[in-house]
Design a protein around this ligand. Structure first.
Ligand SMILES: [Zn+2]
Length: 414
């Protein structure tokens, strides 16, 4: 059953100054001094569950509770040809459905729901997709990768199993007691997504979807989930960013058992760079936190945040070879409970894999199968280019054309 609930959950806070993240900068050995970072928040408070707030013409904000440390998710209702398009659905429990029922009787005013669009597979986004689609007889719109992942996690196939997760965490240094704790977490995903549609209307990157009289461009991103869909309407100057761009917390980016050697942080950073193609003053509608303006600044801030974390990890690995478990105190300053340790492990592995993929560290496996990382030699570093650096030609070219692409992302050595 992995990943568990609210994979949107977010562990590290980013408070670093945007000035420290110049595009093209190499990994910082010494993180910059933290400074406050301000975005513009046009809405002072969120609507109560079961009510909505219109944040742009025809764009309505609703909020549903979550029974986790991250205690809410924002959902969106878009006016659509006399009816509605629903974007994201909340977890599939009775409390959330009761709030939906209240909305059906009030805000929706009996007008038809025309489609349900889900940004990605995590339960707080996908949990009520089947319930809503069946109720209104409408299709689910989703990327193929996200759609299939719901079914894979639901069925515990491929590497969405406790055994595969245990093997990943064990090989990255987690002790037996905490690995055992993982196996006792139970199948939370099926509780939060009790059923799911068997077919979908496929969303692809760059597709334009007409909603009411406006065109929304799909911006598919990676690193947080397989093929996360964000929606941008230039005419309305609104970006529904989902979990890819959040105002105060950094999106969870984790290595998963299905791609144990992957570089999701590289993919994530390339993905959020695409938000530079939206207007700098666009109203950003995130899945968690308040709507804000300042998309470009927030991207720069997140780049600085991760660059600083990478610099800290590189310095830690220079002292002695480190596993992912060894670097948890470097990344996370507070004690981690059992439910948090697995998100934290995924994050730590992702940062180490980024350093590995960019040639900053080498990887060694000890006699117990535990992977540790240490800084590469200067010669080794010079033979590989980091996607974040100016030598990544494909990435640089695509940015120069104003359409960042993922063709240049280094996804890692074997
Ligand atoms: Zn998520």
């Amino acid at each position: 059953m992995l990943p568990g609930c609210c994979d949107a959950a977010i562990i590290c806070r980013s408070v670093l100054p945007r000035a420290s993240a110049r595009r093209g900068a190499r990994i910082l050995a010494h993180p910059p001094v933290a400074k406050p970072f301000d975005l513009e928040y046009p809405c002072a408070a969120a609507p109560e569950p079961g009510t909505v707030l219109e944040v742009a013409p025809g764009v309505h904000w609703l909020r549903m509770p979550l029974p986790f440390e991250l205690d809410h998710i924002n959902l969106w209702l878009l006016e659509d040809a006399g009816g509605w398009t629903i974007v994201d659905t909340g977890i599939g429990n009775q409390a959330t459905r009761a709030h939906w029922e209240q909305l059906f009787a009030t805000t929706l005013k009996g007008r038809p729901v025309r489609r349900v669009l889900v940004t990605h597979y995590h339960p707080d986004h996908a949990g009520n997709a089947a319930w809503l689609c069946e109720r209104f007889g409408v299709p689910l719109w989703m990327t193929r990768g996200e759609f299939l992942t719901v079914h894979a996690v639901h069925a515990s196939v491929a590497s969405y199993t406790v055994d595969a997760a245990s093997a990943l965490y064990r090989s990255n240094g987690l002790d037996a007691a905490r690995v055992t704790a993982l196996s006792k977490r139970g199948d939370l995903f099926r509780k939060l997504v009790p059923e799911f549609p068997l077919s979908h209307r496929r969303i692809v990157d760059g597709a334009q979807i007409d909603i009411d009289d406006k065109s929304w461009r799909m911006i598919v991103g990676y690193g947080h989930s397989p093929e996360h869909a964000s929606l941008y309407c230039e005419a309305a100057n609104v970006l529904i960013s989902g979990d890819m761009l959040l105002p105060k917390i950094s999106t969870n980016v984790a290595v998963r058992p299905i791609d144990p050697g992957g570089n999701p942080l590289g993919l994530f950073l390339e993905s959020i760079a695409r938000f530079r193609t939206v207007r700098a003053d666009a109203l950003v509608l995130p899945s968690h936190g308040l709507p804000f303006r300042g998309a470009h600044a927030r991207v720069e801030n997140l780049e600085a945040h991760h660059a600083a974390r990478l610099g800290e990890l590189l310095a830690a690995c220079a002292e002695v070879p480190r596993s992912a478990v060894d670097v948890l105190p470097v990344l996370f300053k507070r004690p981690l409970g059992d439910s948090q340790i697995f998100f934290a492990m995924g994050e730590a592995i992702a940062h180490l894999h980024y350093l590995h993929a960019s040639g900053q560290v080498t990887r060694e496996v000890d006699a117990h199968g535990v992977v540790r990382f240490s800084p590469s030699s200067e010669r080794s570093r010079s033979t590989r280019s980091c996607w974040f650096g100016s030598r990544c030609t494909m990435s640089w070219l695509s940015r120069a054309r104003g359409a960042p692409a993922l063709a240049g992302t280094r996804i890692g050595p074997r």
